[in-house]
Design a protein around this ligand. Structure first.
Ligand code: NAD
Length: 273
């Protein structure tokens, strides 16, 4: 099966599905999960400085033998590295830990004060060819409006908490209107809710002989959202990738849309310090 790609607003193509490695905090789990994921066809890997695993991600991808140009590696700028010089230094440090000479995507992790200056540094790195695409994460419309008032470079994605209980319908529309792709983090609700046993989902799952996790991931895909579910288990990594041989009907999409409780399970971006 082939993983679809989305074309970002600067023309770069990004896989619509990949692996998140938040909280994978030891070399063995990183190396195994990346090895299994690559064997299942994953090519997008989403890490961040704050996950403290960039070095192992770099080792895992080198050991895999998959050509660099076939991979799509994302990392993120942490809040304490804000500002022009801080951002440039943090980016170089991430590259070095990963053992790479460019990143495919670099994101401002949270809208911490100073993000306009961080963005200016990122646009310079982008124009120098050190990053193929730059974006943001956890940005609300007012943060993006502010960024666009200060820069001609439009973020390619906004990576935001999104799952059936918190669908981000308004922000989704805002992003579409600005040619910014919606990327979901916590696509399965981070294991913090009972969403995967909801009867709306169990019924749809039974019809397609899929799991509820697969139905939720497929719902994101059919909405045009990029997903990066995390797992360290071989069987679940394969399960999560096995979602490209079915599609949901309009009625099923609507039934899942009805599960929205507009309920964040994690931090409010406006509380970022
Ligand atoms: P997730 O929604 O991907 O949930 C992961 C958890 O779901 C796993 O730990 C496991 O318990 C469960 N799970 C995975 N596959 C399953 C399956 N097939 N069946 C049942 N349960 C399953 O949450 P996440 O890891 O927080 O989010 C995904 C990625 O998004 C992260 O790894 C990270 O890369 C990124 N992320 C970014 C931010 C940000 O602020 N930008 C915040 C959180 C996460």
């Amino acid at each position: 099966q082939t993983i679809p790609e989305v074309t970002l607003n600067n023309g770069v193509k990004m896989p619509q599905f990949g692996l998140g490695v938040f909280k994978v905090d030891n070399a063995a789990d990183i190396k195994n999960s990346i090895k299994w994921a690559l064997a299942d066809g994953y090519r997008l890997i989403d890490t961040a400085m704050i996950y403290q695993n960039e070095q192992w991600v770099g080792e895992a991808i080198r050991e895999s033998g998959v050509p660099r140009e076939d991979l799509f590696i994302t990392s993120k700028l942490w809040n304490s590295d804000r500002g022009y010089e801080g951002t440039k230094a943090a980016f170089e440090a991430s590259l070095q830990r990963l053992g790479l000479d460019y990143l495919d995507l670099y994101l401002i992790h949270w809208p911490a004060d100073g993000y306009v200056e961080s963005w200016r540094a990122m646009t310079d790195l982008y124009h120098e060819g050190k990053i193929r695409a730059i974006g943001v994460s956890n940005f609300e419309p007012h943060h993006i409006d502010d960024l666009l008032a200060h820069s001609d470079v439009v973020p390619v994605v906004d990576q935001i908490e999104t799952h059936p209980l918190f669908q981000q319908k308004e922000l989704h529309r805002y992003l579409a209107n600005h040619q910014i792709v919606h990327e979901s983090w916590g696509p399965l609700g981070q294991g913090k809710s009972n969403i995967l046993v909801d009867t709306v989902l169990t019924k749809i799952a039974a019809k397609y002989n899929k799991t509820t996790a697969q139905v939720v991931l497929r719902w994101h895909i059919d909405r045009g959202v990029i997903v990066i579910p995390k797992s360290i288990h071989e069987q679940r990594l394969a399960e999560n990738a096995n979602i490209f041989d079915f599609a949901l009907t309009d009625e099923e999409m609507q039934a899942i849309a009805g599960l929205d409780q507009n309920k964040r399970l994690s931090h409010d971006p406006d509380d970022t310090e």
